[in-house]
Design a protein around this ligand. Structure first.
Ligand SMILES: Cc1cc2nc3c(=O)[nH]c(=O)nc-3n(C[C@H](O)[C@H](O)[C@H](O)COP(=O)(O)OP(=O)(O)OC[C@H]3O[C@@H](n4cnc5c(N)ncnc54)[C@H](O)[C@@H]3O)c2cc1C
Length: 412
């Protein structure tokens, strides 16, 4: 039996991951009464030399949003690494025995950094503190269903603890398997890549020099992201999007065979670019999918973050897209005409229009690259490697790519 709460929020954000926490804060900053619904699992205290396996490459646009929310300066600077260069290496020789290569650097874009690598749990920690200070009411239960029949003045959400929470607008930030999205009747088209993102932190023999490296190998896309040095020396974080069967076989190996097998593969894939690489944390695997929602809002429910879209992690842009949603929704709702309520379908259409182009572009780029580099036919393989080399010699195109990669969006 559910009981109705007396107070009604303008907006109830469902989902307490990074996108949900940032959305709650950004919307509260617009003067809206915001509630938050979702679990608050304890976060382990930060420890020197111990890092969250989940790290994100945050774009300058995401950094700016976090700075506007007062979050950026609260992050522990010693646990964040700036990325000044990116190197993208192909999988086949173009001329002689050298594979295609494309180098991008921050100075080409006239900025300090292309991205920053930050741990998921440190971002969550400071976002949670800010939510607490903002006086946002956080109900630490799960969303379980929408009350049938939408009232004229909003929606009613049922929680796992038997409460009924009312709001003008519900924001679904409850991840790729969003229950709120499903309850609102918003469809999601999902296709599996047949690949798994294997993540682990590695000790490196050579310094990373703030460079993020990515290899398009015949066994998937390998990315090594610069991380803070440890007592044992330089460190990088690995995301290897490998075929699902290969990842399953690797993850099924007992330790220490698993670490040795990965280190051997890394040596072959990187050609010793960072010297010997040693596994220094447990391995995790995430199944990779492409997910797209044709409609982002319907009858008092709006989607953002992974609830709205999931892209291949090869460009490291999933969370950046989610934070882009947060910014757009806050701008649209904060800038509404005084006579419109936050659930006005015209406002929600504005949000959908604002996100249509960035979401389509990111889907096209990540999916296109995945298929281009997945093709094994020799002429395609030669062409894509030659393409990397060619782009490397075109300064204007490179500047556009750098601006795209850093999310600054400016044109050459
Ligand atoms: C291997 C890998 C590497 C990646 N690297 C990058 C990167 O470098 N840069 C980048 O930008 N992105 C990256 N991504 C993508 C990024 O991980 C996601 O886009 C991001 O975590 C999504 O955040 P979110 O808050 O939308 O969703 P989630 O993180 O999934 O959060 C959803 C929240 O909703 C809560 N929830 C779920 N169900 C309910 C319910 N019924 N009621 C209430 N709450 C609920 C959950 O507890 C959780 O807190 C990567 C992804 C993978 C797989």
């Amino acid at each position: 039996m559910t009981q109705a709460t007396s107070s009604q929020a303008d907006i109830l954000v469902v989902g307490t991951g990074i996108a949900g926490l940032a959305a709650a804060l950004a919307l509260a900053r617009q003067g809206l009464r915001v509630g938050l619904l979702g679990p608050r699992a304890p976060l382990p205290a930060p420890e020197a030399d111990s890092f969250d396996p989940r790290v994100y490459a945050l774009s300058p646009a995401s950094r700016d949003l976090l700075a506007d929310l007062g979050i950026w300066d609260a992050l522990p600077a010693e646990r964040i690494t700036g990325v000044r260069r990116m190197e993208i290496l192909g999988d086949r020789p173009v001329w002689g025995d050298r594979p295609g290569r494309l180098g991008l650097s921050a100075w080409q874009a006239g900025c300090d950094h292309l991205a920053w690598i930050a741990e998921s749990r440190e971002l969550e920690r400071v976002l949670r503190q800010a939510v607490q200070w903002s006086g946002i009411r956080w109900t630490t239960e799960d969303f379980v269903g929408l009350e049938a029949g939408r009232a004229a003045d909003g929606v009613t959400l049922r929680t796992s603890g038997g409460q009924a929470l009312r709001a003008r607008l519900a924001v679904a930030a409850d991840g790729a398997d969003s229950k709120l999205r499903e309850a609102a009747g918003l469809s999601a088209q999902r296709s599996a890549y047949g690949a798994t993102g294997v993540v682990v932190h590695l000790g490196a023999e050579l310094p990373h020099q703030e460079c993020a490296c990515q290899w398009f190998t015949p066994n998937g896309v390998l990315a090594l992201l610069p991380m803070p040095d440890t007592r044992d020396g330089p460190q990088v974080s690995m995301v290897w999007s490998m075929p699902a069967a290969q990842a399953a076989a690797l993850l099924a190996l007992p330790e220490p065979d698993r670490a040795r097998a990965l280190e051997t593969r890394l040596a072959a894939a990187t050609g010793g670019r960072l010297g010997a690489l040693r596994v220094r944390s447990p391995l995790f695997g995430f199944p990779l999918v492409l997910q797209h929602c044709p409609q982002l809002a319907h009858r008092g429910v709006v989607l953002l973050g992974d609830a709205a879209h999931v892209v291949h992690p090869l460009a490291g842009q999933g969370l950046n897209l989610g934070l882009g949603d947060v910014k757009a929704l806050a701008q649209v709702l904060g800038g509404r005409e005084p006579f419109r309520t936050v659930d006005d379908p015209r406002l929600l259409r504005r949000y959908e229009r604002a996100r249509a182009e960035p979401l389509l572009a990111m889907r096209a780029v990540t999916d296109g690259l995945f298929h281009l580099f997945g093709a094994q036919a020799a002429p395609v393989a030669w062409l894509r490697n030659a393409g990397l080399d060619l782009v490397d010699r075109m300064p204007l195109l490179k500047r556009m790519l750098v601006n795209g990669a850093s999310g600054t969006g400016t044109r050459a």
